[in-house]
Design a protein around this ligand. Sequence first.
Ligand code: MG
Length: 382
Amino acid sequence: MKRTLSILGSSGSIGRQTLKVAEACGHEVAAITVNKSVELAEAQARQFHPRLVAAVDESAAADLRLRLADTDIKVLPGQEGLLEAASLPEADTVVTAIVGVAGLRPTLAAIDGGKRIALANKETLVCAGELVITRAREKGAEIVPVDSEHSAIFQCLQGRRDRGAVRRLIITASGGPFFGKTYKELSLVTKEQALKHPNWTMGAKITIDSATLMNKGLELIEAMRLYAMPPERIQIVVHRESIIHSLVEFEDGAILAQLGSADMCLPIQYALTWPERTAGPAKPLDLLECPPLTFQKPDPETFRCLGLALECARRGGTSTAILNGANEAAVALFLEDKIGFLDIARLVERALERVPVAGAPGLEDIFEADRAAREAVEQAVR
Ligand code: MG
């Protein structure tokens, strides 16, 4: 099945791999958006001929308009451009590959347009999961996960006839570059070490989240929302080899797993072609070349970000939006060399102590929680 895509965040790791899948499998590209990567956006536009290119940064959009003046491609700036790309009538599928809560409004716009959402923006479900899932159900918009763990679970659940027969979801975690380190050792790690993930090549924010294990906490919350599961029925298992991408345990004790090489092209492609499977560019897995598969317990005390995320998963309301907002702000400070590695968890914990949690939040409550969490982090650093 050929799809017509709008790719929100085409210059990032998932965006670029989506274009690789589109090229290999013959999907059309109707729109791409970037923040300010004008050179890459120009090259992508010339290769894929979308109808619309949006750059969130206004001066980047002005530059891009000049660069593409010899084409009939429409160039739009700002949030307006992003929202137009998300709801473009020509696109049947919107790939949400924007990082952070910035992906929330465009995801809702795509849902309102009844698009299939190939969801690669976990922060949207972490902050506003109930709201997004309810809206998607009302509008008849399909949400198909791109995150490798959630795609694995989604794949394991295909063909089941009884929803009640699922006992547990089991999410695998690589453990990141610092697995096994003590708290004291973590106080000495550098940004360069944190940015070196052992198995996956990803953007900077998610790579840091993988090093702190916040990523796994966010993924547990994402899985709760996607599969309507309470946190106590989701287990996290450290699996250093990243070959099993996640598993589902059924009531009779059977466990189904999805295996593959550490290549995001497969989950991206499946989100586009589901319920069909087609040949594509993902690197095949040779079982005879695999190392022995190992499974270990995560350590949410040493990796405090994971512990905090698990607490918020149980607490609900705006606590997950506070967790996420504080984490986004703290990771940005870490990437700017303004704080140390362990300060990320300290700042998130502090924001969770300071910002009041609201139950059953609406969209404005969620944005307010996000804003207040970022402010709490800024204040603590000052
Ligand atoms: Mg993942």
